[in-house]
Design a protein. Structure first.
Length: 517
């Protein structure tokens, strides 16, 4: 019988009673519950936040039977039952001024029905505060508050400043109750994708401990290398057998596609749990996480801000910068990081700065394909098909064909991008050759108005120089003068020198020249 994978199931009770596979995180959950009171955790979508909330809910409700065989069974001795208020903001779309208060009131009515004494004539935050006090007094036990996807209303209102401001004010007042009623609260955890700081929803909530970048809880969501071996060794064997792949090669492929997330300076490598489970179920490598949500809005931010895409993986950022998405128009990196499209790739302890990068191939290839759609005219609207043809043309040495295809990408440059044509050319070339780099070796460099590129396949080497408002002849001559092809003088492959010129008035490639070395 095939193993059961909890894809789309976020309820701890269903997973345990249904016999679905579960990676035991309960030792960390116990430590979290015993060592503090108020927490905030941000993680990308579909990374296990809802399951974490559900597990905590079962624990604080004293459901000992669900933890049989898990670390918490031996760690917890008392299994005290606490009243739990679980606020799930994920189940609704927030499209107008009434959406958020309707959701808050719906939860409040449910809690009031359970514990008595409705106060519908009061504001949501007043009802919330009154409920916490009343429940604590009537049960003799402090309340546990669990908030899932606290930021969904804010994220859905990012392009509507008036609605965003309204939601911020409402949530700031509602979550502020956690501070004013702390004497009646046993434990509180808020989870979400992002952290809104400064004059935002948490500005009054200074008793909230942000564990999003703590080493101790870096692996609280997601799957570590050790957990992959402990819980999924048989699944990896079945995947490799089904695809007739060597076991070591299969493990490397999983690592290339789904590993690479880091959430703290000393974080272990974290695999994407959603993509792993889907891969084991379907027995096929695929972009499962990426395809559940497209980064259209984020790419629009990059375009509008005239962002140099090479800086996505070059810029140094501080922890404060990563936690601030209140000014996403001015700096898109924090929301790209918090959304899971970028992750921590390096940490400079002396200066307290981080280097960002794409976590793995699933994200890098998927994001760059969407960048291509956002920055270039893609014939047929299918970047995967176009890149496939690019790769085949490069592999068979058809220089003219792949340069004509590149030329088609610059047709009809959008006006907003045409304002800085040099940056636009650089960005499109960067995207194209990033995507080619998944299939052939690509080395890409830019400096002072010029771009040089080396592409290597099994049979060919291309040494390319791109000029802006120069000539193809000048580009080719620079390859000769600077001896860019010299490292390949004894290479058995055919070596092509390619000079390319962009023309500002044409907004496209004007001419190219090819010479075999």
């Amino acid at each position: 019988m095939d193993r059961l994978y909890p894809i789309g199931i976020q309820t701890f009770e269903k997973i345990r009673e249904g016999g679905f596979c579960y990676v035991d995180k309960t030792e960390q959950i116990y430590r979290l519950a015993q060592s503090g009171q108020f927490y905030f955790l941000s993680r990308p979508r579909r990374f296990g936040k809802s399951l974490l909330i559900s597990t905590l809910e079962a624990y604080f409700q004293g459901k000992k039977d669900l933890f049989t065989g898990l670390a918490l069974e031996r760690l917890e001795q008392e299994w005290t039952e606490y009243p739990v208020l679980h606020l799930d903001l994920n189940a609704r779309n927030y499209v107008n001024a009434d959406s958020l208060p309707a959701t808050l009131n719906q939860h409040l009515e449910r809690w009031e029905a359970r514990y008595g004494d409705e106060k519908r004539d009061r504001a949501p935050e007043e009802r919330f505060a009154y409920l916490i006090e009343k429940i604590s007094q009537s049960t003799g036990r402090n309340v546990v508050v669990l908030v899932d996807e606290y930021d969904k209303p804010l994220l859905q209102a990012l392009d509507n400043e008036e609605l965003l401001t309204s939601y911020r004010q409402q949530l700031k007042a509602f979550y502020g109750v956690l501070k004013s009623e702390d004497a009646h609260i046993r434990f509180a955890l808020l989870t979400g994708v992002t952290k809104f700081s400064k004059v935002s929803v948490f500005s009054d909530l200074n008793n909230l401990q942000d564990i999003s970048m703590d080493d101790e809880y870096a692996a609280l969501c997601g799957v570590t290398e050790e957990e992959l071996s402990d819980y999924f060794e048989e699944d990896i064997h079945r995947l490799c057998q089904f695809n007739k792949t060597d076991l070591q090669a299969g493990k490397l492929q999983l690592k290339e596609w789904y590993d690479g997330y880091h959430f703290s300076p000393n974080s272990p490598d974290i695999y994407n749990p959603f993509s792993l489970l889907n891969t084991f179920k379907r027995k096929d490598i695929g972009s499962y996480w990426f395809e559940t949500g497209t980064p259209t809005f984020l790419i629009q931010l990059l375009r509008q801000g005239h962002y140099d895409l090479q800086d996505l993986t070059n810029e140094q950022v501080t922890q404060d910068m990563l936690g601030d998405i209140d000014n996403i128009g001015g700096n898109p990196l924090p929301i790209l990081y918090q959304s899971g499209y970028l992750t921590l790739k390096g940490y400079d302890r002396e200066f307290g700065t981080y280097t960002l990068g794409f976590p793995n191939r699933e994200v890098a290839e998927g994001f760059n394909r969407h960048l291509l759609l956002g920055y270039a005219k893609v014939p047929s609207g299918n970047p995967a098909f176009q890149i496939r043809n690019f790769v085949l043309e490069v592999r068979r040495g058809d220089t003219d064909a792949f340069l004509r295809r590149l030329q088609s990408f610059f047709a009809d440059t959008p006006y907003e991008l045409a304002r800085d044509l040099e940056l636009h050319y650089q960005n499109v070339l960067f995207i194209v050759f990033k995507l080619l780099g998944f299939y052939v070796q690509a080395e890409y460099h830019t400096s002072q108005g010029r771009i040089d590129l080396v592409l290597k396949t099994k049979d060919y080497v291309y040494v390319m120089e791109f000029k802006l408002d120069g000539t193809a002849e000048e580009a080719l001559q620079q390859i000769e003068d600077k001896q860019y092809a010299l490292p390949f003088a004894t290479d058995p492959r055919r070596v092509y020198k390619v000079g390319v010129n962009f023309n500002n008035q044409m907004r496209n490639i004007e001419k190219w020249l090819v010479r075999e070395a």
